[in-house]
Ligand binder design. Structure first.
Ligand code: ADP
Ligand code: ZN
Length: 741
């Protein structure tokens, strides 16, 4: 109907629509505000423009089609690849009083007929289907008698052969789409790869302008990477911080999953295992228990996580190294979908790298190169001393311009002073030399600390002049130092065997021509502050509310989050609402939910508050103004670096002066440039890169075409043949080359 309106009519209609969408947001879903891009997307869909939505997991994609579905007169058809996801959605929508249903082949005859009858009576707003079901003749025939206003393709990356989850049936959706030309089409995915995005657009004939790409920064995830020293103890210690909360522990191997779940069960934690070696039944049971909060912790291989929508996962622990940054991001992305803080800890060890390396070596040469590249970027993320979001987001081609996120270990640990460790470095390096550069750090440290280990004696290393000259540091400290020596380019580590070799730079240090600065103390895992500040609520009351929710959920055969999300309970335990009016102000409390469950919670609240003499503290509905932090008086690092570059310092000099990696200097310079300062052209931008002349031409063209903001499109355009380090260098060359304004 909006297509036939005049322009001014359209404007009025569109404003009216926005108002209605906001009312639905509050009254039905119980949410105060739209999240980033949601409103724009809804408006676009409502203008009947095909829309591609790229948002990270937890970004709030579902609302983008669910709200239009409530505004459209006709039906919204949603195609989704996983039955469990569809059923979860329908349960949640039903709990909100929205008419939604799933049609699939596992329904009984009666249930199926009943659903069709509801559809025919126009009672249904959203119909969820697997592509196979949609493509069946009888489904298509049935739909042809319906007015379909919106055709939604969820998990749209399944359409692309470049994606990680290609489904051939998805390819045929374009035909279905043509059958319903009046329906606006929406495609949604959390896949960040531009190649896949392009594929979706092309397959569905979308216009380029109707893309909505949200940032992939998940602000509420606290990122931490520590060295794996005593994994079991580290795990136990970590879990202490999350009593009664849900989380996932990822392990590489099934055996590890079984062992660790046994250890944790014996230690009194509520744990279930999940891996492909268990029977279907057992896997389903364990997953269900987790979703329903009957079990708190899943110890799992990567087989776990697809198709679960649980919003209140509070931690992800990577017991082993993930395969690459993409899987790391996907796995941590399962935490904190509800927007509350969640903690992601990765235990990182060079031993694990060797395991991965071993698997890589089984592959063919081309695959090996790609896998090695992925591994190295992951190691880069682990070793960085900058904000972890910088390398993480840059992997997805996103430039993270805040220099401290405040939500990763590197940003919250007090900056540790660098101390002069030239002498210990000399000791370590000469010990590497004297043991013939064929051993890993562990053995070198044993020799330095005068260990009686068999390996030392057998190799006659107790007779070396470096034997026992390093007793002043603990084993842990030496390990920490040795990693920094590698990072600083004094040592090369053989990826396969872990053995250490001296670099030319090491010789400079041993000859006394160069000093070495490093950190001495190993960073401690610690409680982050947000945990204490964000959770200033009555925890006894919260527990009681949780128990009530659990009972209601079990009675209704629903997961607890379908009754109310955790955030709602936290708000109840913060504001002590004791009336309908105040209850309706809370996050997640819409009219239907209030009618269904409001009184049951009010009862409990009134009782508790009376007993403890707690007063209702009505939640203010306007968003409080955040007072800005005092500005720091020192110049930001990127400005200092940029100014020095302009004053003539070379990249190598800058690197040494600031004692950081070249990539860090490049990031500073790029940031300097993006903030509008002009940057001196340096011949090193080309010299330090390994680009051949042909590749330079290709890279220039790609930058001409895709712009310089994101590197991922360039990386893809160059067929993944040029590494990011070179791209960072070349981008600076491109931006500053003589003749460019
Ligand atoms: P995605 O599909 O992108 O992974 P979901 O649609 O499942 O994300 O949304 C994640 C969570 O955020 C859900 O619990 C959802 O109800 C909630 N949510 C979505 N939009 C909003 C909003 N505007 N305000 C508050 N919560 C929201
Ligand atoms: Zn950070």
């Amino acid at each position: 109907m909006y297509l036939t309106c005049s322009n001014s009519h359209q404007m009025v209609a569109s404003q009216y629509m926005i108002e209605q969408a906001k009312t639905i947001l509050k009254d039905v879903f119980g949410y105060e505000e739209f999240r980033a891009l949601q409103q724009e997307i809804i408006e676009n869909v409502f203008r009947r423009k095909d829309t591609l939505v790229i948002m990270p997991t937890g970004g709030g994609k579902s609302l983008c089609y669910q709200i239009p579905a409530l505004l459209f007169k006709g039906l919204t058809v949603v195609v989704s690849p996983l039955i469990s996801l569809m059923e979860d959605q329908v349960q949640q929508l039903t709990a909100l009083g929205i008419e939604a249903l799933v049609l699939n082949s596992t329904l009984s005859y009666d249930a199926y007929q009943n659903n069709i009858a509801r559809l025919m009576r126009n009672e249904v707003r959203l119909l969820y289907l697997a592509p196979e079901t949609l493509l069946m003749q009888k489904t298509l025939a049935m739909l042809s008698s319906q007015q379909i206003d919106c055709f939604t393709i969820d998990e749209a990356h399944c359409i692309s052969e470049w994606g990680h989850d290609f489904r051939p049936e998805y390819r045929q959706l374009i035909e279905v789409r043509k059958r319903f030309p009046q329906a606006v089409c929406m495609a949604l995915t959390a896949t960040a790869t531009p190649r896949v995005q392009e594929d979706i657009r092309q397959s569905l004939c979308f216009e380029a302008s109707d893309n909505f790409i949200a940032s992939f920064n998940r602000k509420n995830l606290f990122l931490q990477i520590v060295q794996k020293t005593h994994p079991v103890e580290q795990t136990l210690e970590f879990l202490q911080k999350f009593p009664n909360q849900s989380g996932i522990i990822y392990c590489l191997a099934r055996r590890q999953v079984d062992e660790l779940s046994e250890v944790l069960t014996n230690a009194g934690f509520s744990v279930k295992p999940y891996h492909a070696g268990l029977s279907d039944h057992e896997r389903q049971q364990n997953q269900m228990r987790f979703i329903r909060d009957d079990v708190q912790i899943m110890v799992a291989t990567i087989a776990f996580g697809m198709g679960i929508n649980k919003p209140n996962i509070r931690f992800i622990l990577h017991y082993d190294l993930p395969k690459n940054i993409e899987s790391y991001y996907q796995q941590i992305g399962r935490a904190g979908r509800d927007g509350l803080p969640a903690h992601c800890l990765l235990l990182f060890s060079y031993g694990d790298i060797q395991k991965v390396k071993y698997f890589i070596n089984q592959k063919d040469e081309h695959e090996q190169r790609i896998a090695t590249f992925h591994l190295n970027t992951l190691v880069g993320l682990a070793e960085t001393d900058e904000c972890r979001r910088i390398p993480l987001l840059s992997y997805f081609g996103e430039h993270y311009s805040v220099s401290k996120c405040g939500m990763c270990d590197n940003c919250t640990e007090e900056a540790q002073a660098l101390v002069d460790v030239t002498i210990p470095a000399q000791k370590f390096l000469s010990c590497v030399k004297r043991t013939d550069e064929i051993f890993g750090a562990g053995h070198v440290i044993d020799v330095l600390r005068g260990s009686q280990a068999q390996k030392v004696i057998k190799n006659h290393h107790h007779a070396l002049s470096t034997y026992g000259i390093g007793k002043e540091y603990s084993k842990k400290q030496w390990f920490y130092l040795s990693r920094q020596f590698i990072q600083k380019g004094l040592l090369d580590q053989d990826m396969e065997f872990g053995s250490l070799k001296l670099t030319p730079k090491a010789w400079e240090v041993m000859r006394g021509n160069q000093t070495v600065f490093a950190k001495l103390t190993v960073s401690q895992e610690k409680h982050t502050e947000y945990e204490e500040t964000e959770h200033a609520f009555d925890s006894t009351l919260f527990e009681l509310l949780r128990q009530r929710r659990k009972k209601l959920a079990d009675d209704a055969n629903l997961p607890p989050y379908a009754i109310f999300p955790d955030k709602t309970l936290i708000e109840m335990a913060t504001y002590f609402p004791q009336s309908q009016e105040h209850m309706l102000r809370l996050h997640g409390v819409g009219l239907v939910k209030y009618e269904k469950y409001g009184n049951l919670f009010l009862e409990l609240l009134c009782d508790y508050c009376q007993k403890h003499q707690l007063e209702d503290q009505p939640k203010r509905t306007t968003v409080p103004v955040v007072t800005s932090k005092p500005k720091t008086l020192t110049k930001p690092r990127h400005i200092v670096v940029g100014d020095k570059n302009n004053a003539g310092s070379t990249l190598t000099e800058l690197r040494e002066e600031f004692n950081v990696k070249l990539s860090t200097i490049l990031d500073h310079l790029y940031k300097y440039h993006t903030e509008g300062y002009s940057l001196r052209h340096s011949h090193e931008f080309l010299e330090l890169s390994t680009l051949s002349p042909e590749r330079r031409i290709a890279a220039s063209k790609a930058f001409d075409q895709f712009g310089t903001e994101r590197l991922k499109p360039i990386f893809d355009a160059l067929k993944e043949q040029v590494n990011y380090h070179d791209l960072h260098l070349f981008r600076l060359y491109y931006l500053t080359k003589p003749g460019t304004s």
